[in-house]
Design a protein around this ligand. Structure first.
Ligand code: PLP
Length: 304
């Protein structure tokens, strides 16, 4: 009888090579700092990689190590100080290997129940940090931009559902000029206008309830009708500033506006008792973006 698990020696060898690479890479706290190269240079170094016969796993892996990896700047390098795409711990990197090997499809409970259960447990913990009321829950998205987009669409739909008149109005939202660029670009995506409150008006450079109220007071009656949401930031990307969330929440409640907090960058601080009080008011939000990927600058020298 033929075994279901016949061993393909090439796959075993490839797996061992890859495991060796992964072990070396994960245990190396000072990875090589690559240099980006021009597309023409990479093309010359790599040659044709999409060929009729295929180039084979070993060749592809060597190309990755010798050419492509060297043309990248690893985010876990101690000198990678720009951008915050992700800062995974070693445990997270290892478990990414495990979940890739397990080939989980998490779209349905029928096929991915075990994985979805784990995701929900993690989400419960994240939601518990915010103090949102019983019943609040979340979803994992591919990043902060898409989380902000989801929240803004939810806000606009809630506003449209309030009054039929809103169907024919171009939506308008208020945020601060310290807000992340994704708020401005996602407003474009949903075809909404945006007003920026100059956070320099405030001594602490924060969007406050006071300045928000002032801005709303000065809107034309038409713009006031179009106003559907306020986006405050829980840790601005450039300066780490946390807006006056309680003050903004108060105004949003009074004015019946959707209150979104973009805590993509700063949300990790919700888990730090020393600064948790700076987020007071976040529990009154209608939606929150938190990006656990951005919680640590470097997996090696910071604690969350
Ligand atoms: C405050 C804030 N919001 C949103 C984003 C966008 O997140 P992403 O790059 O994951 O789309 C960032 C990214 O740095 C951010 O700092």
């Amino acid at each position: 009888m033929k075994s279901m698990h016949s061993i393909d020696i090439n796959t075993v060898e490839m797996t061992l090579d890859i495991m060796k690479y992964a072990i070396n890479r994960i245990s190396n706290n000072d990875p090589e700092l690559g240099h980006p190269k021009k597309e023409e240079v990479l093309k010359e170094l790599a040659g044709d990689t999409i060929t009729e016969e295929g180039i084979g796993g070993e060749y592809a892996f060597n190309l990755f190590k010798d050419v492509f990896a060297k043309a990248t700047v690893p985010v876990d390098h101690p000198r990678h100080l720009a951008f915050v795409p992700a800062a995974p711990t070693k445990a997270a990197v290892l478990f990414d290997l495990v979940t890739s090997a397990a080939s989980i499809h998490g779209a349905y409970w029928m096929t991915g129940g075990g994985g979805i259960f784990c995701e929900n447990e993690a989400m419960k913990w994240l939601v518990s940090l915010t103090g949102l009321p019983e019943g609040a829950f979340g979803v994992f998205t591919s990043g902060g931009t898409s989380a902000n987009l989801s929240a803004m669409i939810a806000a606009r739909e809630a506003w449209r559902a309030q009054n039929q008149e809103h169907e024919n109005l171009k939506a308008l939202l208020i945020t601060s000029n310290g807000a992340h660029s994704s708020i401005k670009s996602m407003a474009k995506v949903i075809d909404a206008d945006i007003i920026l409150v100059d956070d320099d008006d405030d001594d602490d450079d924060r969007l406050t309830g006071y300045w928000l109220k002032e801005k709303i007071k000065n809107l034309s009656p038409h713009d006031r009708k179009r106003l559907f949401a306020v986006v405050a930031t829980g840790g601005t990307t450039n300066a780490g500033i946390i807006d006056d969330l309680a003050g903004v929440a108060q105004v949003c409640e009074e004015e019946k506006l959707w209150f979104h907090v973009d805590a993509a960058y700063g949300g990790g601080a919700l888990a730090a008792p020393s600064v948790r009080h700076l987020f007071n008011g976040i529990e009154r939000a209608d939606s929150i973006t938190i990006d656990p990927h951005k919680w640590m600058f470097s997996p090696y020298d910071c604690e969350p």
